[in-house]
Design a binder for this molecule. Structure first.
Ligand code: PHE
Length: 343
């Protein structure tokens, strides 16, 4: 075995895999040098003594050469990977696009601002509701035709433990269930608003979608009357449309109020002169409202002789459409950036 030749061979290896193979060729289990080393023990002592140091020296030199070559190859590998990973700190950055608030959220925030300035507290409720909160507790019993007023998305029935309340699940059709949830855990007097998404199982067109947003208000105390409601809602609409609108009430039916009414506002689009937005009438219906029905107070355990109050539900999308002169509700939910960037 010529150590010079072996070293040359080792130095010629250009990667760790080949180097490893070369090492095995001599010193692996069946490597030629290893075989000779193992054979030493079978030699007569004299011969062994003469041969062993030479073989040991060869082994040391091969090992050392392999270690040295391995170090070199590893260093090269690291150097080349560093080169490919170089960061050019002078390259121009990638611009991160800024989003902004959705027009519906903007209107909702403004509404919250006005109502909180009038002393209303903001509360929240779930979008998945039980039948009890969405209907029964609001004076809409299971077999009552008034349920047809709200086309409902029902969720698959589950076996629920409580038999005392109607526990079937649905997507809330209005924000009114939050009135119940709040009154169950709070005493009168109270002044709250809540807003969020509601869902209706109906065909969509320019002014209807399967989802939209409502803002619900509730004020309860000993002597709250329709006059208080008119004042609050007048202030609200004036605040939202910069003082340019008038309001009027007309009778309407909602099971959870008595008397109930619809609130009409003078069309902000045409100053009540008549235009396509208000169907040429000069007036637009913007919310349902009324004096809270005694059965609703009974459902939450209030004493109907002690309290009275008003409730209202405003369609946020309709208000936003008026404010920004948008003629199709579906634009709010399409995610079209060309539309959204205008706000
Ligand atoms: N919850 C009613 C609806 O969605 C609106 C409403 C709220 C009416 C409160 C009266 C009082 O149609």
């Amino acid at each position: 075995m010529d150590i010079g030749e072996i070293k040359k061979e080792i130095l010629s290896k250009s990667n760790l895999k080949e180097l490893d193979a070369a090492h095995k060729k001599y010193l692996g289990k069946n490597g030629s040098l290893n075989v000779e080393l193992k054979a030493l023990k079978d030699l007569p002592p004299d011969e062994r003594k003469a041969k062993a140091p030479e073989l040991q020296r060869l082994k040391r030199e091969i090992d050392a050469a392999v270690v040295e070559r391995a170090g070199y190859l590893k260093r090269k590998e690291i150097e080349s990977s560093l080169e490919s990973e170089i960061i050019d700190i002078t390259a121009p950055g990638v611009k991160i696009e800024m989003g902004h608030i959705h027009p519906l959220t903007k209107v909702q925030d403004r509404m919250n601002e006005i109502f909180t300035s009038l002393g209303f507290e903001i509360v929240e409720g779930p979008e998945v509701e039980t039948e009890w909160y969405n209907f029964d507790a609001l004076n809409i019993p299971e077999d009552h035709p008034a349920r047809d007023m709200w086309d409902t998305f029902w969720l698959a029935p589950e076996n629920r433990e409580s038999e005392t309340k109607n526990q079937n699940l649905l997507l809330r059709t209005h924000t009114s269930p939050v009135q119940i949830r709040y009154m169950e855990t709070h005493h009168s007097p109270l002044r709250i608003i809540t807003s969020g998404r509601v869902f209706r199982h109906e065909a969509s067109d320019a002014s209807h979608d399967i989802q939209f947003h409502q803002l619900e208000g509730l004020m309860v105390d000993k002597n709250i009357t329709v006059a208080n409601f008119k004042a609050v809602i007048g202030e609200f609409l004036k605040g939202l449309f910069a003082g340019k609108v008038q309001t009027r009430l007309r009778p309407a039916y909602f099971p959870f109020v008595e008397p109930g009414f619809e609130v009409m506002m003078s069309c902000a689009n045409c100053d009540a002169k008549g235009c396509p937005v208000c169907s040429k009438t000069g007036w637009l219906e913007v919310m349902g409202a009324g004096m809270v029905h005694p059965n609703v107070f009974k459902a939450v355990g209030y004493d109907v002789n002690e309290v009275q109050g008003f409730a209202f539900g405003i369609g946020i999308d309709r208000i936003a459409m008026m404010k920004y002169k948008i003629d199709d509700i579906r634009l709010f939910y399409g995610g079209d950036l060309k539309f959204l960037r205008q706000f």
